[in-house]
Write a protein that binds this ligand. Structure first.
Ligand SMILES: [Zn+2]
Length: 486
């Protein structure tokens, strides 16, 4: 891993991070971090402008590694839930392979039964290496594996995974997996000031509200819809479409002021071709859905279209950006690539149909990122989130960021979201993102597209400033500090 050595080591990074950013990040005081960051950035810029290219690259890396990062997308359970061993298939080092490396193992040919043993609670942790070993050479260099390997190195001090080190890995896993896990991993090691969590439901009252900020996952409000689970907490009895509208408004009225954004993963099941459909056109369809009567696919789509725009209207009313899954599908064996390929063009359609909506297209619509870049360049209300991207394809992600910065405005991109359930792997993904940002900026300078001082000046907005701006994080953080459940 020669390339690791050339960069700034974790020790150097933490030294460079210094008391100011660590303290500010710990306290959740983003404003102070930003101001100090600005001063530090200007001092570094003056120094770097005069030195050799290598000196500049070292300064750039130090600045990237010392800047707290806003993490715009995770699927973390609450810490106490994770510590009880829930949301994860097993509770040993196999967890680090359960999300997302399991998908690459299957693609590499590992039979389902073998994967089930690797992630089993019944198999002895030390014995699991034998299950992994035959497939390890095939997957160890994918982005999914790289994030896991970096996490193993940074959290447990293990450089190479093998039959000898696997016991040490298990011991390290157990000693870290204690109360305080999230602060330790996210804040202290990852340098992350706050996350935006999609907890797979309309909203979660987090016990760590400022670190674990929450998006409203609106899937069940517009797909299905999930009347059984989502009407319950509201106490509203649903017989008509108008009642369901009331349920939707209830969720937004209760949590809209605390949420960072709304998120819809519905592109896993349909295209983004949401047409504007009036309520009268789907009242009858809604009634039949409730009664579990005959509903055609076309009618179901129309109801989904109507509810999508109803939800989006609520998001606009509450000043919430709308995050949409685009591109690559999690897992194996079911992705219709022709539908995925249509995501960028349909995203452009949404920008036209909803000109007052702040759209955030997630995962760079991988592998159709060129097309999505055209959308962000053209439409004022289109943003691109690189969440998940660095581990899907690290090379393309570097290329994407380079292209974005010389094609579309720099305030339209968010460079990091781990997209993980197991918190440990976020450390690996965050390191890959920081390296990727450093590499992209360094190469743009080397290729004479941008100046050294512009490269240094972009670090803060890319890692945190853009997210603060669009998601209004200072205000949200203050509201969350005073939330009834805080
Ligand atoms: Zn996700």
């Amino acid at each position: 891993m020669a390339e690791e050595k050339r960069g700034v080591s974790r020790r150097d990074a933490l030294t460079a991070m210094g008391a100011w950013s660590a303290a500010a990040a710990m306290a959740g005081d983003a404003e102070a971090a930003g101001q100090d960051q600005g001063k530090a950035g200007r001092a570094v810029a003056a120094k770097a402008a005069a030195g050799t290219h290598d000196e500049f690259l070292r300064e750039l890396a130090a600045l990237v590694n010392s800047t707290p990062m806003v993490d715009t997308h995770e699927h973390l359970p609450e810490e106490d839930v994770r510590l009880r061993g829930e949301w994860v298939p097993c509770d040993d080092w196999g967890v680090l392979f359960s999300h997302y490396l399991n998908s690459d193992l299957i693609a590499a040919g590992m039979p389902d039964e073998e994967l089930a043993r690797l992630l089993s609670r019944e198999v002895e942790p030390a014995g699991k290496w034998k299950i992994l070993a035959p497939y390890w050479p095939a997957v160890k260099n994918t982005g999914f594996a790289r994030a896991t390997r970096i996490a193993i190195r940074e959290l447990y001090g293990i450089d190479e995974l093998n039959v000898q080190t696997v016991r040490r890995l298990q011991a390290g896993y157990e000693s870290l997996r204690k109360p305080g896990l999230y602060r330790r991993v996210l804040t202290e090691v990852g340098g992350i000031e706050s996350c935006q969590v999609d907890g797979f439901g309309p909203y979660r009252e987090s016990r760590q509200p400022q670190l674990m900020m929450q998006d409203m996952n609106v899937n069940g409000l517009h797909i299905g819809p999930d009347v059984e689970n989502l009407a319950g907490p509201t106490g509203i009895s649903v017989g008509e479409l108008a009642d369901w509208h009331t349920v939707i408004r209830w969720w937004f009225d209760k949590y809209g002021r605390y949420a960072t954004a709304i998120k819809s993963p519905a592109a896993y099941g349909r295209g983004l071709d949401y047409q504007k459909v009036e309520a009268e056109q789907v009242e009858d369809v809604f009634r039949r859905v409730l009664e579990e009567g005959q509903v055609s696919a076309e009618e179901r789509k129309r109801l989904g279209d109507h509810l999508f725009w109803y939800v989006v209207e609520q998001a606009v009313k509450h000043n919430l950006p709308v995050k949409l899954h685009t591109g690559y599908y999690y897992g194996n064996g079911y992705m219709p690539l022709e539908r995925v390929a249509g995501n960028p063009a349909q995203a452009a359609g949404l920008c036209r149909l909803g000109p007052d909506v702040q759209w955030v297209f997630m995962h760079i619509a991988y592998p159709y990122w060129h097309d999505l870049l055209a959308v962000a360049k053209h439409y004022r209300n289109a943003h691109i989130d690189m969440c998940w991207a660095w581990i899907i394809d690290p090379v393309a992600s570097t290329q994407f960021l380079k292209s974005h910065l010389v094609t579309a405005p720099a305030n339209k991109v968010f460079v990091f979201g781990g997209d993980y359930i197991p918190v440990e792997c976020i450390v690996g993904h965050a390191r890959m993102a920081r390296k990727g940002v450093t590499r992209a900026l360094g190469e743009l300078v080397d290729e004479d597209y941008i100046s050294r001082s512009d490269a240094l000046g972009l670090v803060e907005p890319l890692l945190r400033g853009n997210a603060h701006e669009l998601y209004n994080l200072k205000v949200k953080s203050e509201r969350l500090r005073g939330a009834p459940w805080a």
